[in-house]
Design a protein. Structure first.
Lengths: 203, 203
DNA sequence: CCTACCGATCGGTAGG
DNA sequence: CCTACCGATCGGTAGG
């Protein structure tokens, strides 16, 4: 008997996905070293040994989580998919979408930080080579179509835009943790007011 | 015999400082759970058990490191100490100083992230109550003296400024990790060009 | 502040 | 994919 080849979701594949989900939750809550293989296995409904039928080890499992959930995998597609009748409108729309996504699931930003700290950014080069070409093409076109301050390269435009969005999400989160009243804080609209007024000069 | 009371640095105090230094190095390199009490003790030149003469436990040691090295303890004083003949000059000067300090020691920013992820920002409220009053007084005065876009509160001014500085340091680090050519990246001057042009409107 | 040690938990493997 | 288990290391303590 061979295994039925076109089941909607093969048994092994479902387990693998359950492992990825459980691992994501644990890693973003406790960090790489703080997350336990046993708790992850539990969350996926299997015993610890079973993990090694799907992943070579804890590092391999973490790498798979990074590939599936790293914020960069959300930011760049949202940037390209943004709509609007002008460069300004498209950037505002993209900023809003990215902020919403990063705010809805705090784990995404955590994963960014955990990877940089506990893996020293080892996966960033891989992610970048996959994602950057399209993002750079998009931003080069944008850069050519608008007037920016002197010294801003296309990659600098991408950097300052993404940096401003990350700054919004991050500062709102830590100021809320510190006890600041949320209503007094700047949101993505204010950050974009400042950023776009500063970067889009008269043509 | 009593202990000589005004030695330049008492024996126990030197050990405590050595522990703080070793702990800082380990925590920012490996995260809270990744750092080992034994390695920290080694780094301070004592045996693991000796740590508990100075700190109640690993958490207590981490809390002391956060109090001593958290970026907020550097950012706010630098902001207040900044010099210049106009609001713009003072903000540029402060941004430059903060950026230099956070770039010179990558551990500082790591500590910010580690504390937010592995301690869920538990120490931020304490830090804020110590540091915010002076910073808010400074920024309230600044807010009153310049024209900002509508909807920007004094705390929003502080938030967007600090956010912009953090965005500079963070995006430069991760883009460098990802293999981007450093020369093409925006630095604090470019970020401030954009930010200040966006936030300081005509009076 | 050291020696010696505690129980607990870690990531991972062998064999089925 | 489970059972049973490995050696290693963890944070922390007792007693001196």
């Amino acid at each position: 008997m061979t295994q039925p080849p076109d089941d909607p979701t093969p048994k092994g594949e479902r387990t693998r996905q359950a492992l990825l989900d459980a691992a994501y939750q644990q890693f973003v809550q406790r960090g790489f070293h703080g997350a336990s293989i046993r708790v992850i296995a539990d969350g996926a409904g299997i015993t610890p040994g079973g993990i090694y039928n799907h992943f070579a080890g804890k590092d391999d499992l973490f790498a798979a989580v990074v590939l599936a959930h790293h914020p960069l995998t959300r930011i760049f597609p949202q940037l390209i998919a943004a709509t609007g009748n002008s460069a300004e409108e498209r950037l505002r729309n993209a900023a809003q979408r990215i902020t919403d996504e990063l705010t809805a699931d705090e784990g995404l930003l955590n994963l960014f930080f955990i990877e940089m700290i506990e893996c020293q950014g080892a996966h960033l080069a891989t992610l970048a080579t996959t994602l950057m070409p399209k993002a750079l093409a998009f931003v080069s076109e944008l850069h050519a179509s608008v007037a920016t301050p002197p010294g801003i390269t296309p990659i600098g435009l991408l950097q300052t835009f993404v940096g401003t969005v990350l700054a919004t999400v991050f500062t709102r989160r830590f100021l809320a943790s510190a006890g600041a009243p949320t209503a007094a804080l700047a949101g993505i609209e204010q950050f974009m007011d400042i950023y776009l007024h500063g970067i889009l000069r008269e043509e």
